[in-house]
Design a protein around this ligand. Structure first.
Ligand code: SF4
Ligand code: SF4
Length: 413
């Protein structure tokens, strides 16, 4: 696509990157067919190709309006379009550039600004969010239905293994997962222990930074990345094998650290090393397949009634990390029978803060996803990302679990 960027951005890092991305797009429109928001709204400007046009116009000097911002706001950043694009257009990087520019040129006001400011300040602070979540959980049954659906019942991380292992891996606790689903990292710790690996968490690490980036606070997101790198660095230097991500949303974002910090002379190299060391928990477990296989052979067979399982592959797992079929194989090896899930490439509507900021679209996607997941009458729904788990559990009685919790339970049987 021929582009002539305006002076305000042409000679910047963002401008050069945007130009390179725009030139790749041949406006074939293949991506439109797999875009969830285009499918719901049927408007070209609510699909990737239309949004690319909008961003191009803005970067070429056209003045954006609130309508421009709305079309960009409605994007889930699900990256389904990137999986479909035959030209390798890195759409979400262009989106981040476009959103940052539009945010500056069309400032928000009123309840929109208040809500975003609240989310930006509450979610990444795990202590603050944890206290709010604990309060919500203590009065959960008294909460109105819409709020109760967003508050999972109080739960624990389960027993902690006490054996010491020479092999160490660093897991990210993250911001909302420890208070919403502490058992996810608890289960990870136990599974890794059985495989002869010590899981440690770096005290100073926190939110991966995805929340702030999705709320158009790029510099705050970079600060989150720097803080995490500082916390992880001594452990990597001391010989930890890798950084384990138990939420695919966080893992997908941490892989962007080298890009986010490319212009930071103090962090660029460290960020690149962090990216190289980052693994999704499914990659870690798959690399230990022989040991896992031996352990599973000694497990009690899964009762027939518990076998049917629907796997919800989060966008961050399949489109962000490009991990497809791996978790499904692990669950099958553990004795589960996967039920078919139609349109599994489409987002569930959780998408970070999307369910709060775009509730109408989010709920339509949620309803579609639940219908697809429950069509095969599963006993359990498994996921790989905390946000999707909470979002889906809010509207179904079928238990929604992280898949590593299921592997942990199988190994304990
Ligand atoms: S599929 Fe790729 S090349 Fe085609 S319009 Fe979409 S982004 Fe552009
Ligand atoms: S990221 Fe998702 S919602 Fe946004 S344009 Fe691409 S497919 Fe559509």
């Amino acid at each position: 696509m021929e582009t002539h960027l305006a002076d305000f951005i042409r000679h910047t890092t963002a401008g050069r990157e945007a130009e390179e991305i725009l030139r790749r797009c041949v406006h074939c429109g293949f991506c439109t067919a797999t875009c969830p928001t285009y499918q719901l709204l049927g408007d070209e400007l609510d699909g990737p190709r239309g949004r690319i046009y909008l961003i191009k116009q803005v970067l070429e000097g056209a003045e954006p309006t609130e309508k421009t911002r709305l079309h960009l706001d409605r994007c889930l950043s699900c990256r389904s379009c990137e999986s479909t694009c035959p030209s390798g257009v890195h759409y979400t990087r262009l989106l981040d550039i476009g959103r940052e520019v539009v945010e500056q040129k069309v400032p928000r006001s009123g309840s929109d600004a208040f809500m975003r400011g609240t989310l930006k300040n509450l979610l990444p602070r795990s202590m603050l969010f944890g206290a709010a979540m604990k309060l919500g959980q203590s009065v959960r049954m008294l909460l109105p239905g819409v709020l109760r659906a967003k508050v999972p019942p109080l739960s624990s991380a389960g027993p902690t293994p006490h054996r010491l292992h020479a092999r160490q891996m660093v897991a990210l606790a993250g911001c909302v997962q420890p208070s919403m689903y502490p058992n996810v990292n608890g289960a990870t710790r136990r599974v890794l222990d059985r495989l002869g690996i010590q899981m440690v968490e770096a005290g100073g690490a926190g939110c991966c930074g995805a929340v702030r980036l999705h709320l158009n606070a790029a510099e705050g997101s970079r600060d989150d990345a720097r803080r995490n790198i500082d916390a992880w660095w001594p452990l990597l230097e001391a010989g930890a094998e890798c950084l384990v991500m138990t939420a695919s949303g966080c893992g997908s974002h941490v892989l962007e650290y080298a890009h986010l910090l490319q212009d930071d002379p103090d962090y660029a190299l460290k960020a690149a090393r962090v990216v190289l060391a980052t693994r999704d928990i499914s990659e870690v477990i798959t690399a230990e397949a022989d040991a896992l296989g031996s352990l599973l052979l000694n497990c009690v067979p899964l009762p027939e009634s518990e076998k049917p399982l629907a796997f919800q592959s989060p966008c961050s797992l399949q489109h962000g990390l490009k991990i497809r079929g791996t978790v499904e194989l692990l669950l099958t090896a553990a004795g589960y029978r996967l039920t078919p899930v139609a349109d599994s490439h489409l987002c569930c509507g959780s998408a970070g803060t999307y369910s709060v900021l775009q509730p109408v679209l989010s709920q339509r996607l949620q309803a579609n996803k639940i219908a697809a997941l429950t069509a095969g009458a599963p006993a359990t729904i498994a996921s790989a990302n905390v946000g999707c788990m909470a979002h889906l559990q809010g509207v179904t009685d079928v238990p929604v679990r992280h898949w590593i919790e299921l592997i942990d339970e199988r190994l304990a049987s």
